[in-house]
Design a protein around this ligand. Structure first.
Ligand code: ADP
Ligand code: MN
Ligand code: MN
Ligand code: MN
Length: 347
């Protein structure tokens, strides 16, 4: 008897509707954690469950005891895949239920809750640089491009290097529902900025990490990479920072200017602790030149872009608003920076 004699039509294998969830988390690399991600296939209406990964490959565990746990904390549409697909930002836990030592978000959660009555808000200005190999995009192999001066908010293919990518990144972030406030070409060629916020600490930091992931993901499509390194080119080239605009309810209220000044004084007391936690290689960037105050110096002032803390002119005029901490590096961890600002100024 052959299969042909016995032939019956096989049941059609109907595909179950599926969607993809990109789980995103911070690894244990020191001194600067890196974002990692992997895909979980979900049923169409399934919410992203708790998941796990091999911590021995991310500097978060040893080989004999390698399991780390991913707990979803922020979820949005995946604008790259579109349709029902998701991006899922996670906190990393140990199997015993404690936050992993690398989990800086867990510490911010506690502090944000403790000082919630102050209603802190943050706007983060993420600067970054496009790299093609080891050099900034379009950088000549020998020598250097024209000196700085025309690139900041420049237009034209000799000045705005990589705009197509910036536009694709912005569109993707907006389609994911991230609160991006704007973008601009920066002082060094191939350097750009986008701003996230204003939002409460956990939200702004979650969204910045998502927007960073998006930047790496979008640049994959263009054959270049993006770096958050604070000083990608030595010499007379601006570094990349993450200016952190910060306010509390008291600062935003009428007459809040005195609370802003009081916060600056508290920040002066704790300056070394802040500098030590504002991103690796901060000394390379905060040289006292290129719109920075030297790393071991501290001053604040109205409209002063050479100060550690700038009070915008309109804040001085209105006698209320926010301050700009100009010290955080492009490669800072926003969970750490926002936590320190709250701890120092709300205590
Ligand atoms: P800069 O002049 O330093 O380049 P940007 O326009 O790039 O300033 O960034 C200013 C940021 O300040 C924006 O992200 C904005 O959302 C944020 N911001 C505005 N008001 C407040 C506030 N009250 N508290 C915290 N952040 C704020
Ligand atoms: Mn800016
Ligand atoms: Mn800038
Ligand atoms: Mn700024």
């Amino acid at each position: 008897m052959s299969l042909m004699d016995n032939y019956t039509v096989p049941a059609v294998h109907e595909p179950i509707q599926k969607r993809e969830a990109m789980y995103i988390w911070l690894d244990g690399q020191k001194p600067t954690a890196k974002v990692r991600s992997k895909t979980k296939v979900l049923d169409m209406h399934e919410s992203p469950p708790i998941w796990g990964f091999d911590g021995s490959s991310t500097e978060q565990a040893t080989g004999e005891n390698s399991d780390c746990v991913l707990v979803p904390v922020f979820c949005c549409p995946d604008p790259v895949l579109g349709e029902e697909n998701l991006l899922v930002l996670c906190e990393v836990f140990l199997p015993d239920g404690k936050p992993h030592p690398s989990n800086t978000r867990a510490k911010l959660r506690e502090v944000a809750e403790q000082y919630a009555e102050h209603e802190p808000l943050f706007g983060l200005e993420q600067e970054y640089t496009f790299l093609d190999g080891n050099l900034p995009m379009n950088w000549p192999q020998n020598g250097a491009p024209a000196p700085q001066g025309g690139y900041y908010c420049g237009v034209g293919s000799d000045e705005a290097i990589g705009r197509k990518i910036v536009e694709a990144h912005l569109r993707a972030c907006l389609n994911a529902g991230l609160l991006i406030a704007g973008t601009n070409p920066e002082v060094m060629p191939a350097q750009w900025e986008f701003q996230v916020g204003p939002l409460p600490a956990l939200e702004v930091a979650d969204q910045l990490w998502m927007a960073r992931w998006m930047l790496y993901r979008i640049t994959e499509e263009y054959g270049v990479s993006a770096t958050l390194h604070p000083k990608p080119m030595r010499g007379d080239w601006n570094g990349a920072g993450c200016h952190t605009n910060y306010s509390t309810a008291a600062m935003r209220a009428d007459g809040g200017y005195k609370t802003i000044l009081a916060a600056c004084e508290k920040l002066k007391e704790k300056a070394p602790q802040h500098i030590a936690n504002y991103g690796e290689d901060i000394e390379e960037r905060l040289t006292g030149r290129h719109e920075t105050c030297k790393w071991n110096d501290f001053r604040y002032g109205v409209s002063d872009r050479g100060a550690s803390i700038r009070i915008p002119w309109h804040v001085h005029k209105a006698q209320k608003g926010y301050l700009e901490d100009r010290r955080p590096n492009g490669n800072c961890d926003p969970y750490v920076v926002t936590r320190l600002l709250i701890e120092t100024t709300c205590e």
